[in-house]
Write a protein that binds this ligand. Structure first.
Ligand code: HEC
Ligand code: HEC
Length: 201
C-alpha cells in the first residue's frame, strides 16, 4: 500500500515536470490576434481595456509573454490553478481560443504604471531581486520571457498575494521553481518587492 502511495506521488511529480512539454503542442496552430481581440471582450471587463488592469486584485495581461498566457490559461482550464473569478472564464476555452487570446494580449502595450515607489524602496527592491535571482528567470528588466511572467508594472496587491501564495504552496506552480524561489522571502521582503515591481516603468 505504501508502494501505491509512492507511485501516485511520483506520477504527480512527473506530470508537473511534463506540463511545459504538454503545452508546447497546443501552441503549434497559427494564433490570430484579431480573433483574440474579439474573444477578449469578456476578459477586459475584469482585466481592463487592452489588458491594462485598474483593479488591484486583477493582473494586467498587456505585454505578458504569449507562452506565459497560454500556460496559465491551460492551468486554470485543467483545474491546476484555481480562482473563483478566473476558473469559470477558462473552463470552456478551446486550444484555438487560448492561442488567439494570448496573441492578442501579448501584443498590447502595457500602460505605464501610475505607482510611484519611494527612492529608498527602489534601492532595497532592486537589491532583493538580485539577491534572490529574480532577474535570472524573469529577465534583467523583469519583463518576463517564454513561460515566465512580466513582473514590472504589475498590480502591487496582486503581486503580494501571489508571492505569499507561492511561499505557502497555495498557488500552483508548474515546475516548482517559483515555489522554491519564494521560500527565502520574509513578509517584509514581499512588501518591498511588490512595491518595487509595481512601480517599475
Ligand atoms: C470576473 C473577472 C475576470 C474575468 C471576466 C476574466 N478574468 Fe482572468 N483573472 C481574474 C483574476 C481575479 C485573476 C487572478 C487570479 C488569481 O489571483 O490567481 C485572473 C488571472 C488571469 C490570468 C493569469 C495572469 C497572471 O499574471 O498570472 C490570465 C492569463 C487570465 N486571467 C486571462 C483571462 C482571459 C483570457 C479572460 C477572458 C477569456 C479572463 N482572464 C477573464 C479575473 C477575471
Ligand atoms: C528559477 C526561476 C525563477 C526565479 C529565480 C524566480 N521566479 Fe518568479 N516565476 C517563475 C516562473 C516559471 C513563474 C510562473 C510559475 C507558474 O505559474 O507555473 C513565476 C511566477 C512569478 C510570479 C507570478 C506572477 C503572475 O503574473 O502570476 C511572481 C509574482 C514572481 N514569479 C515573482 C518572483 C520574484 C519576486 C522572484 C525573486 C524573489 C522570482 N519570481 C524568482 C520563475 C522564477
Amino acid at each position: 500500500m505504501n508502494g501505491n502511495k509512492f507511485d501516485v506521488l511520483s506520477m504527480v511529480a512527473r506530470f508537473a515536470t511534463m506540463l511545459p512539454f504538454l503545452v508546447f503542442p497546443l501552441m503549434a496552430g497559427a494564433a490570430d490576434a484579431e480573433a483574440g481581440r474579439q474573444k477578449a471582450q469578456v476578459c477586459v471587463a475584469c482585466h481592463g481595456p487592452g489588458g491594462n488592469s485598474a483593479n488591484p486584485a486583477v493582473p494586467s495581461l498587456a505585454g505578458q509573454p504569449k507562452q506565459f498566457i497560454v500556460t496559465q490559461l491551460v492551468m486554470f482550464r485543467e483545474g491546476n490553478r484555481k480562482d473563483t473569478q478566473m476558473s469559470p472564464m477558462a473552463a470552456n476555452l478551446s486550444n484555438a481560443d487560448l492561442n488567439d487570446l494570448a496573441a492578442y494580449f501579448s501584443g498590447q502595450p502595457l500602460a505605464p504604471s501610475p505607482r510611484v515607489t519611494a527612492p529608498d524602496k527602489i534601492a532595497s527592491g532592486r537589491k532583493l531581486t538580485e539577491l534572490h535571482h529574480c532577474v535570472s528567470c524573469h529577465g534583467a528588466a523583469l519583463a518576463g520571457q517564454m513561460h515566465i511572467p512580466r513582473l514590472a508594472g504589475q498590480q502591487r496587491d496582486y503581486l503580494r498575494v501571489q508571492l505569499r501564495g507561492f511561499k505557502a504552496s497555495t498557488r500552483f506552480d508548474m515546475d516548482g521553481n517559483m515555489t522554491s524561489a519564494a521560500q527565502g522571502l520574509s513578509e517584509a521582503d514581499i512588501e518591498i518587492l511588490a512595491d518595487y515591481l509595481a512601480g517599475m516603468k
